[in-house]
Design a protein around this ligand. Sequence first.
Ligand SMILES: Nc1nc2c(c(=O)[nH]1)N[C@H]1C(S)=C(S)[C@@H](COP(=O)(O)O)O[C@H]1N2
Ligand SMILES: [Mo]
Length: 170
Amino acid sequence: MSNRTIGIILFILIIIMGVFGLINRQMVKDNKEAHENAEIIIKEEEKESKLKFEDIVDLGEEEFTAVLDTSDSNPKEHNYTGVPLSNIIEEVKINMEDKKQVIIKGIDGYTVALSIKEVMDENNVYLAYKFNGKFLKSKEKGGSGPYQIIVRKDQFSQRWCKFVVELEVK
Ligand SMILES: Nc1nc2c(c(=O)[nH]1)N[C@H]1C(S)=C(S)[C@@H](COP(=O)(O)O)O[C@H]1N2
Ligand SMILES: [Mo]
């Protein structure tokens, strides 16, 4: 092979790598933007509050492990990043003492009820936004985010509401 041919091959490879690099950077950016725009509505009777990702991330971020056990997978421990659900409720000045439960809704209509007792329990209920160090993708992008409720003490994962958009404290 002539030097010229090798040169052309190298040039083409560098262009391909550059294009992949740009695509990857755009995907990371899209994902980050999706997160920055990700809002959650918190309701209490007539009162409605909204929190954005930038508000949520400041409410005591923690990394924790939880065992995911679905109907089509065996139990496996994973790392999540999120904030305790009770911190979110406190942030919007809802007093949990006279309440019974928190109703969590996903964008697909899936609804989960947690008792206030469970929510107040230490290291149990979290609103997660990262899974094994990566942001949870939206439903359209094949993920379980941008937010997912994790109930660490729940043996099965039915109540780990995916695509969370609304919380109602009753
Ligand atoms: N929003 C939403 N959350 C959901 C579900 C769902 O259908 N919609 N399914 C539940 C069930 S039955 C399980 S086992 C866990 C994990 O679901 P996966 O199998 O998609 O991981 O999510 C739970 N949370
Ligand atoms: Mo399930």
